[in-house]
Design a protein around this ligand. Structure first.
Ligand code: S3P
Length: 172
């Protein structure tokens, strides 16, 4: 039982949702998949929210949800890949969370996202070069927000979970 939340951040396809499921199963933690909660509340897909209301509206929903989530504990919060773009969001994540940055190479990300159509930010940019460019633009924000960084390239999900938990325990 963790008296704080584990907040997973990182680029699309870094493995946040999969790692969240693994942590939840292994350590009896609750999971909140932010994108999913937002889709349920709006009764709309992320793609439609972007198309109908625009990105700022979606970012406001992320902020609102993070404000609510700081009252939880022992919860894995799997953030959308762009949640760290707002400083306010990072402040909210840190109020009761350890922020874990999951990383993967542009090539790995491409392999993981190439067949998905639900990521409006990658529309027309689903290639290794554009992914690398967007990742580079965001790098500073991801790194500044992170308490720890765990690379996921060529690792199994359980191995990533174990490494992550061990690193968090070392921090305590
Ligand atoms: C986004 C990432 C997505 C989702 C939305 C915007 C981003 O989440 O929140 O499409 O700006 O990086 P995943 O990282 O879970 O794909």
């Amino acid at each position: 039982m963790f008296d704080y939340n584990i907040v997973l951040i990182g680029f699309m396809g870094a493995g946040k949702s999969t790692v969240a499921d693994c942590l939840s199963a292994r350590y009896a933690m609750e999971t909140v998949e932010m994108d999913q909660v937002i889709e349920e509340r709006q009764a709309m897909s992320i793609r439609d929210i972007f198309a109908v209301h625009g990105e700022e509206y979606f970012r406001d929903l992320e902020t609102q949800l993070l404000i609510e989530l700081k009252d939880q504990k022992n919860t894995v919060i799997s953030c959308g890949g762009g949640a760290v773009l707002r400083e306010r969001n990072v402040d909210e994540m840190k109020k009761n969370g350890r922020v874990v940055l999951l990383t993967a190479s542009p090539k790995t990300v491409y392999e993981r996202v190439k067949d998905s159509s639900g990521r409006p930010v990658l529309k027309g940019r689903k290639n290794v070069k554009d992914i690398e460019e967007l990742m580079e633009q965001r790098r500073e924000k991801y790194e500044a927000a992170a308490d720890i960084v765990v690379n996921t390239d060529n690792k199994t999900i359980p191995a990533v979970c174990e490494e992550l938990i061990q690193r968090l325990r070392e921090m305590e």
